[in-house]
Design a protein. Structure first.
Length: 79
């Protein structure tokens, strides 16, 4: 089914993008819609982005990994 853009501002934006990208208006609208869908699909919720920080460095939590005592002892040795 064809898309009929009746909003003049949207029509002008599509035309402006089409001229800058050397596309038809239809290709410009398709590009914008595809990019927006990709952006939405790639978005990670804030809760997930902050979870790794929360579990690794939140006050009162222990570090996930134990320190390697031999490694740190070796750093303190003088040559």
């Amino acid at each position: 089914m064809p898309l009929n853009i009746r909003n003049e501002a949207v029509n002008q934006l599509a035309e402006k993008l089409a001229v800058r990208q050397h596309l038809t208006k239809t290709e410009a609208v398709k590009l914008v819609v595809e990019n927006e869908i990709s952006r939405i699909d790639a978005a990670v919720p804030l809760r997930q982005r902050l979870w790794s920080c929360r579990t690794g460095c939140w006050p009162g939590r222990r570090p996930a990994l134990k320190a390697d005592k031999a490694f740190y002892d070796e750093l303190g040795e003088t040559p």
